[in-house]
Design a protein around this ligand. Structure first.
Ligand code: PLZ
Length: 452
């Protein structure tokens, strides 16, 4: 018996391939796409989606995929979560848009209240809402600059913060995000990340922080730094978990230097790592927190939350946007947050880690190509290398990911070197489905990287 999730069309929680992948209807759509959609936008999957619920995505040919990507860490409460669908429908019927800067409404205030309550620290906070993660990060820089009267922003190797002009400057990787798109925004300075797999063996978080901060002091000057901006666990950069002590040392330095410590929790936030926010794992209390993705169950919404005195340093009217905090997206966020609380999805993320980590470690034992297994909660990854080295193997990473797609499991890649397979399952995924997806992953490894 497979679970049927309610919705307009019930979606069996199963993996089931009924045509080749991609099937004929997907191939037809791919041909239409090629004639209508710019080739500048890519897609991971070769199939076109018809519906999705829970942890299963069904394509237009009727193939069902187990989702280990959640639309890049967005549908944490599951696809078409019933509470979210109901809240969105009710809000859409009431009103879809007024613009909060024109006619304010309760949903925006309620989401801000949740963000102020849930983000780390018990200090007085204020929030503003936006539409995309990049926008939330840009606004963090705007707030930090006004509040400090300084301009320099410190970011890290392997960082990803978005694709707008300012956030391209903040993002590390050239291809595909930046190449040819400059000139970029100024006063952005990049320093080394703590990357235990690739740092000198034994380097502590404190040592990695000292390495980064020495460059900040010598090349920028502490008094010029408006903000230090970091993902507590890097996302697109390859699920890089800094060595313990790195984040607290950066936060301390900011406190001493009068700089604003900004956590980009766009990918790590909302229970993904087994806590509401990844900063909590090391007891770090950021001055500003940028959120998006998992906040609203698939509706476009982002938030910036932080110390009241920083957020309120900006002149009235200084922050905003036509769609920021759209009422339908706010309704989805309130329903998603309630679902996370009621179903203890942070606990569910820790359960996913408990299932997946031993399986990924066994894979590392068995095959010579897994250099590192890392991550937290339901944000886990393996970094693939040539056997006996730590040379990245992007080609193998892609081959294994594609093999999973062909067998009905959605996987994503990441990493500066393109050699990280990352896993971001919906936090509501059932144990059976997760185990089956891991069996498919094992088989893909065995086919492409025979056991040693
Ligand atoms: N900060 C930490 O992970 C978005 C990007 C996918 P937006 N990550 C997925 C792609 O190739 O565009 C992200 C993130 C972190 C900021 C962002 C940006 O969020 O909602 O895509 O603007």
């Amino acid at each position: 018996m497979t679970d049927l999730l309610p919705g307009p069309v019930a979606v069996a929680q199963e993996r089931r391939l009924v045509t080749e992948v991609p099937g004929p209807r997907s191939r037809e759509l791919a041909a239409r796409r090629a004639a209508a959609v710019t080739s500048a936008v890519g897609s991971v999957l070769p199939v076109y989606v018809e519906r999705a619920a829970g942890s299963v995505v069904v394509d237009v040919d009727g193939n069902s995929f187990i989702d280990l990507g959640s639309g890049i860490a967005v549908t944490s409460v599951g696809h078409a979560a019933p509470e979210v669908v109901a809240a969105v429908s009710a809000q859409a019927a009431a009103f879809t848009h007024t613009c909060f800067m024109v006619g304010p409404y309760e949903g925006y205030v309620a989401v801000a209240e949740e963000l102020d309550r849930l983000t780390p620290g018990n200090h007085e906070k204020r929030s503003a809402l936006f539409t995309s993660g990049a926008e939330a990060v840009e606004n963090a820089v705007k707030v930090a600059r006004v509040a400090t009267g300084r301009s320099a922003v410190v970011v890290f190797d392997h960082a990803y913060h978005g694709r707008t002009n300012l956030t391209m400057a903040l993002t590390a990787k050239n291809m595909p995000y930046k190449n040819g798109f400059g000139p970029f925004a100024g006063e952005v300075y990049r320093v080394p990340m703590s990357y235990p797999f690739r740092d000198e063996p034994g380097m502590t978080g404190e040592q990695a922080a000292a390495r980064a901060l020495a460059l900040v002091e010598s090349q920028i000057g502490a008094d010029n730094v408006a903000a230090v901006l970091i993902e507590p666990i890097q996302g697109e950069g390859g699920f890089v978990v800094p060595a313990p002590g790195f984040l607290p040392a950066l936060a301390d330095w900011c406190r001493r230097s009068g700089a604003v410590f900004v956590a980009d929790e766009v990918q790590t936030g909302f229970c993904r790592t087994g806590a509401w926010f990844a900063s909590e794992h090391e007891g770090v209390v950021p001055d500003l927190v940028a959120t998006a993705k998992g906040i609203a169950g698939g509706m476009p919404l982002a938030g910036l939350t932080g110390r009241a005195e920083l957020m309120d340093a900006v002149h009235t009217g200084g922050l905003g946007g036509t769609y920021g905090g759209n009422p339908v997206a706010c309704a989805a966020a309130i329903a998603s947050i309630r679902t996370m609380r009621e179903m203890d999805l942070a606990g569910a993320a820790r359960g996913i880690e408990a299932t997946m980590l031993p399986r990924l470690r066994a894979l590392q034992e068995r095959s010579g190509v897994v250099g590192d297994v890392r991550g937290r909660g339901a944000m886990l990854a393996v970094e693939l290398v040539r056997p006996g080295t730590n040379e990245p193997d992007a080609a193998l990473t892609n081959a294994i990911s594609k093999a999973c797609h062909a067998e009905g499991v959605i996987t994503l890649t990441a990493g500066t070197f393109g050699n990280v397979l990352r896993f971001l399952p919906p936090l509501v995924i059932g144990q059976d489905l997760l185990t089956e997806a891991l069996d498919v992953l094992d088989a893909a490894f065995d086919a492409h990287a025979p056991a040693r």
